[in-house]
Design a binder for this molecule. Structure first.
Ligand code: GRF
Length: 207
């Protein structure tokens, strides 16, 4: 059983689609972590009876420090940390302890339109202003730099006839809701591995 912790900061639609589409025989969300105690994603997780944790929120009395949440995740024997709309950079200690076990979903085609400040609508506005013909979603490993870890999987959409950044956001979100569960289910099936410094998903790559 793949034990998962999901990190969120907002409405949690990716969290919801992930929980709905995970293979329950192979994977389970054991913890939901947020930097915001009052976000919709936390209420959703609480409603399902999933353990929730708030980190580094000075307005919340039970907030945990980076070291404390890292300890919680180690104690729970978490196999995979999924950043699903989490807007903070992860503490170094966590990135070190969970090397190659942290993934993020980004609402554009990395390595373009990533990095500091590139989150939420900022990403879609930049894509719209660039007049790019395509956008999409990327799931990638997380390292110490924003959006720079190795790419695991991407999905592309045609945006030549799009009229606003909001329209791009809506269409990208739809494919995020397919891509993230697909990748996590591949982890549960142990299909994802790193070989020759590249990320492979078997059997798609003939492995
Ligand atoms: C998603 O577009 C995600 O890719 C981005 O922030 C958004 C979060 O949406 N990083 P939700 O909270 O999953 O609804």
């Amino acid at each position: 059983m793949l034990k998962i912790a999901v990190f969120v900061s907002g409405r949690g639609s990716n969290l919801q689609s992930l929980i709905e589409k995970l293979d329950p025989k192979k994977a389970k969300v054991l913890a939901v972590v947020s930097n915001k105690s009052d976000c919709l994603a936390i209420s959703y997780a609480e409603g399902l009876g999933i353990d929730t944790f708030i980190v580094n929120d000075k307005h919340f009395s039970d907030s945990l420090s980076s070291d404390e949440i890292t300890e919680v995740l180690i104690t729970k024997e978490i196999d995979l940390i999924v950043l699903a709309g989490y807007l903070k950079i992860l503490p170094e200690i966590m990135v070190d302890k969970f090397e190659n076990k942290i993934i993020n979903i980004h609402p554009a085609l990395l390595p373009a339109f990533g990095g500091k400040g590139m989150y939420g609508m900022n990403v879609h506005k930049a894509v719209f202003d660039s007049n790019a013909a395509i956008s999409g979603a990327t799931v990638h490993f997380v390292n110490k730099n924003y959006d720079e870890g190795k790419i695991i999987a991407q999905r592309v959409i045609d945006i030549t006839n799009i009229n606003s950044p909001e329209e791009i956001a809506l269409r990208v979100l739809k494919i995020e809701h397919e891509l993230l569960p697909y990748v996590v289910n591949c982890f549960a099936d142990k299909k994802i591995f790193i070989k020759d410094n590249r990320v492979k998903i078997s059997p798609l790559n003939g492995e």
